[in-house]
Design a protein around this ligand. Sequence first.
Ligand SMILES: *[C@@H]1O[C@H](CO)[C@@H](O)[C@H](O)[C@H]1NC(C)=O
Ligand SMILES: *[C@@H]1O[C@H](CO)[C@@H](O)[C@H](O)[C@H]1NC(C)=O
Ligand SMILES: *[C@@H]1O[C@H](CO)[C@@H](O)[C@H](O)[C@H]1NC(C)=O
Ligand SMILES: *[C@@H]1O[C@H](CO)[C@@H](O)[C@H](O)[C@H]1NC(C)=O
Ligand SMILES: *[C@@H]1O[C@H](CO)[C@@H](O)[C@H](O)[C@H]1NC(C)=O
Ligand SMILES: *[C@@H]1O[C@H](CO)[C@@H](O)[C@H](O)[C@H]1NC(C)=O
Ligand SMILES: *[C@@H]1O[C@H](CO)[C@@H](O)[C@H](O)[C@H]1NC(C)=O
Length: 812
Amino acid sequence: MERGSFFTLICFLLLVFSHLEFSQEAHVLAVGGLVSDGQTLVSALQTFELGFFSPGKSRNRYLGIWYKNSPEAVVWVANRNNPIADRNGILTVSDSGNLVLLNRTKSVVWSSNVSGTAKPPVAVARLLDTGNLVLKDNKSKPESYLWESFDSPSDTLLAGMKIGWNLKTGEERYLTSWRSVDDPSPGNFTYRLDITGLPQLVIGRGLKKMYRTGPWNGIGFGAVPAVPDLVFKPTVISNENEIYYTFKTVGDTINMRLRLNQSGYLQRLLSDRGSDRWGVLYSVPFDQCGSYGFCGANSVCSTRRPDTCKCIQGFIPESQWSTNCVRESSLDCQKGEGFLRLVGVKVPDLSKLYSNENLNPEQCAAECLKNCSCTAYANLSVSDGHTSCLMWFGDLVDISEVSEVYRGEDVFIRLPSSSLVLPGDSSTRNRLTVIILVSIISGLIILGLVVFIIWRKSRKRDQSLYLTRLEGGKDESEVPLFDLSSIEIATDNFSFRNLIGKGGFGPVYKGNLPTGQEIAVKRLSKDSGQGVEQFTNEVVLIAKLQHRNLVGLLGCCIQGEERMLIYEYMPNKSLDCLIFDHKRRAQLSWKNRFDIVLGIARGLLYLHQDSKLQIIHRDLKVSNILLGSNYIPKISDFGLARIIGGNDEETTTSRVVGTYGYMAPEYAVDGTFSVKSDVFSFGVVLLEIVSGKRNRGYNHPDHRNNLLGHAWLLWNEDRALELMDTVLEESCVKSEVLRFIHVGLLCVQESPEDRPPMSSVLVKLTNEEATLPPPKQPGFFIQREPGDSFSAIRTTTMLTENEVTISVLEAR
Ligand SMILES: *[C@@H]1O[C@H](CO)[C@@H](O)[C@H](O)[C@H]1NC(C)=O
Ligand SMILES: *[C@@H]1O[C@H](CO)[C@@H](O)[C@H](O)[C@H]1NC(C)=O
Ligand SMILES: *[C@@H]1O[C@H](CO)[C@@H](O)[C@H](O)[C@H]1NC(C)=O
Ligand SMILES: *[C@@H]1O[C@H](CO)[C@@H](O)[C@H](O)[C@H]1NC(C)=O
Ligand SMILES: *[C@@H]1O[C@H](CO)[C@@H](O)[C@H](O)[C@H]1NC(C)=O
Ligand SMILES: *[C@@H]1O[C@H](CO)[C@@H](O)[C@H](O)[C@H]1NC(C)=O
Ligand SMILES: *[C@@H]1O[C@H](CO)[C@@H](O)[C@H](O)[C@H]1NC(C)=O
């Protein structure tokens, strides 16, 4: 009994004692002060903690820094090579002013190793909230450190840390993976800034390159997901003293770390401040094509094709067993050689940099032609605003196609003229396009077939395109981050009853916030890897847009694997549920439709002209118009939207995505899109709203025209009013209906130049006095029959010859 209570007392004392020891938290360590095993140093805002730990199953003790909320997330280790076998380690500031780690016998196991100054400084060590352990002279300025842990990274890069070179001393900082989960000693992989050519980050294994990001282009790396702005901003700083890569996070609600793991993957991890759950924002290499040189020399890697490795045009496989490709006919270095343009690729690795900032692309090409060993050139952006003429000599290694979101670049491959007859080269491509446009009818039918075939294929693979080129968007946008648990509560744990729709990239749920506000939650399917980029595209874009006729983004949620967009809830669902429904369409009177059309026009005008950025929606369609209260139309779904620079710029994409039936001809055929391709889609939407019929799949007993063709026929026979939805007969104002049809036809004219800009569309719709020019023939007015007797072989050839892929997303 007595012995029992004595024992309890001991336990109690031990508990109190150990508790006291643990609660001795401080972030400053002065001379003579010490951190012994069991004690920790905590940064001022409780973000990071320094102390002793044993990784995984190991019993060795290491001194490390980790997130206070998630001790598993160790970001730095001091004595990586020199573990302490017992719990008697001590960290202290020595008399010489160094930070030293001592073992039981007081031998130095690790030291900050600052070379002794004449007079030992009164040094203090401090753990900062950035995760940096710094040693400074008590007297010196706040920002000048004698030593800092950021200078000797382990396997983790935190915001503000650098990877790169001190050009004065030749000293290099880089990440080294742990050997294993149980052993933080340097493993086989490194992550370093390669500066032999243009700066690029490389995952290496010994001297072997395993993965490279592609060159830095002033905004990002050629082939790294372009997620910046929203959550983090990468930079490469280069001056005469140093060159390094670093990043900073945007806002202060998240923690981010970049970790090179034991298997040689670089993961960008993210968690909410205060949470211990980490999600992988992305990791590289993410597919085979990420493996350095997976495809051998002179070939292009793409996992989007069944034949992952393909020789560059003009090259053939070296042998049956080799992945290397060699020239079909060798360069004779005579006149008549030209260049093949590879669009949107990770450019070949440069073993030696030859660049000249003062050459324009034509001069660059000429320069390359002058030197017989030049095999390719590119006009690359090398830093903010500076472009350079780059040349390659010899074999071209590690080229891969990157989806546009990864900011691929264009490379021009030198070929003898005999190899240049086919596509790729823009001039031949344009000529082809012209031919197609001239043979309108047959061309369109073939195209329809191509679209149909690709569409059927793409439905299986959900191949889609998304773009996050943010040239215009320099300003940081902060989107409120929602907590996963609050979304779970709001949607009743994503209950089936709250499911209100299914978008291309995952389900949409209705939810109620505790404030009473109704929200719509678009939850990205976990398995839709591509959705992540589309997600960020949408968030970044919409966050910058505020307009009554655009759907409002309330925030997003990035937690663990979950990625969600939170919108204002639209009680009336989307316009297509009303307008194409044979019962419900009567709900919408002429006045309603009039206002809806004007609202859409205003929203689109805002996108095109009035917002800070000029944005092309690229997927305007009736099902993307949501209806708020009082049927206020809101344009939604910016997953494909694209910011363009400058005024009225036309841009070309090699991958056309949109919805069949709404795509302008120049966009569908040769990938050129501009605000005028949105105007075309608007015209289709307008005519659909007036007629209550879908353009796509429209059928008429007398002819094979689609809705546009039908409208055009009626217009020429002066019977345009017959296009109007019959349920509008009572509520309509005939002059308005006619004017709307007239404007609709102007918008869908074949040639983009003929179509009015949105500002003029709005004037024409609302102003009764406006004189309207007679419309010309609409583009794409013939109904395409997928069953038509054109051979599939022909269409496939056409497709490859054009290098235009058309994938069409099913109407959502
Ligand atoms: C302390 O470290 C020294 C030098 O690394 C080593 O020789 C010695 O064995 C260590 N002592 C203990 C008890 O681990
Ligand atoms: C300290 O620096 C010296 C010389 O610069 C070096 O030889 C030694 O290995 C270093 N010690 C530690 C613990 O890093
Ligand atoms: C730094 O030096 C000042 C006097 O110069 C002293 O008051 C202060 O306590 C010192 N701080 C530490 C952490 O040693
Ligand atoms: C590092 O590479 C060597 C040689 O390839 C291999 O034997 C060893 O197992 C690797 N170590 C780790 C930790 O993967
Ligand atoms: C390393 O990262 C990759 C990619 O995120 C992951 O699949 C793998 O499991 C990780 N390996 C370890 C040992 O954590
Ligand atoms: C190519 O060069 C031209 C003229 O020097 C420049 O304006 C353009 O931005 C460059 N293009 C790229 C992609 O860097
Ligand atoms: C071609 O370029 C290479 C690499 O810069 C150079 O070594 C060689 O001298 C050049 N040849 C000629 C003929 O200019």
